[in-house]
Design a protein around this ligand. Structure first.
Ligand SMILES: Nc1ncnc2c1ncn2[C@@H]1O[C@H](COP(=O)(O)OP(=O)(O)OP(=O)(O)O)[C@@H](O)[C@H]1O
Ligand SMILES: [Mg+2]
Length: 239
């Protein structure tokens, strides 16, 4: 099986050299856990090798992301100018966000795709285009969410995204925010079942420690033991 390097050497060493090519990995963790930094490292590794990369964001504007990345030593500006990497902000208030997103995912012939993060999407209604009137129709509204965690609609949202990612040749990362101390692997409690791999980033404030765990990875023999990591100027490192 072909392996795609994550850009985090310690991680690649414990997963047989990298993520399985064309797989979808869920990276989940609490705020400040290092999810966005993980994504920067993954895409930076790609552009270093001349691969085509896409960074999709739902909650932060592109300028802020580029500044955050540059401060950590990941300067994407030259690669943006060479058309190697594209940063795209998707406004979740726009009804046809899925269309925009899937069009970009499917048309771009990307090698690596990041969606940071999936959380806002799993909390909005789903719209599909009405073919006759060419207007967005709300097919599953927020009022139809079930009070007990609205599983059906969330599953549908995630299916949409996962399906689009599965259709491409890209190796993908999707991040999910986790409340501190949560026993789920993702905020929605579903993505971990749909993804091919799950990596969690955890914080132990009392001990002032960070841990990375590989909870699941298809076709890969890996340890489940949490690994000690640090975040430094140039990103996530194993210690
Ligand atoms: N230069 C640096 N040196 C050391 N640690 C840093 C540095 N830059 C950022 N950090 C650490 O990384 C954290 C931010 O990581 P990141 O933005 O990837 O988290 P996140 O999981 O994406 O959070 P959120 O859910 O809020 O988006 C900071 O809170 C800080 O602890
Ligand atoms: Mg982030």
């Amino acid at each position: 099986m072909e392996r795609i390097k994550t850009g985090i050497t310690g991680l690649d060493n414990i997963i047989e050299g990298g993520l399985p090519k064309e797989s979808i990995t869920l990276v989940s963790g609490p705020p400040g856990g290092g999810k966005s930094i993980f994504c920067f490292q993954f895409l930076y590794e790609g552009v270093k090798n001349g691969e085509k990369c896409l960074f999709l964001t739902l909650d932060k504007k592109v300028d802020g992301i580029l500044t955050q990345a540059k401060e950590l030593g990941f300067d994407f500006q030259p690669s943006i100018e060479k058309n190697l990497v594209k940063f795209l902000f998707l406004n979740i208030n726009k009804k046809l966000i899925y269309e925009t997103m899937t069009n970009e995912i499917l048309s771009g012939e990307y090698d690596r795709i990041v969606l940071d993060s999936i959380t806002p999407l799993s909390e909005m209604p789903i719209y599909l285009r009405n073919i006759e009137t060419n207007t967005p129709n709300e097919v599953l509204g927020s009022e139809e969410l079930t009070p007990d965690g609205n599983l059906p609609i969330r599953r549908l949202h995630l299916r949409y995204i996962m399906n689009a990612l599965e259709t491409t040749k890209a190796t993908s990362i999707v991040t999910s925010e986790l409340p501190v101390g949560s026993s789920y692997l993702s905020r929605d409690g579903i993505s971990e079942f749909l993804a091919d791999a799950v990596v969690t980033l955890n914080l132990d404030p009392t001990m002032d420690r960070r841990k990375l765990s590989v909870m699941k990875m298809r076709n890969t023999k890996h340890t489940l033991k949490p690994q000690d990591i640090i975040i430094e100027h140039d990103g996530i490192k194993f210690i």
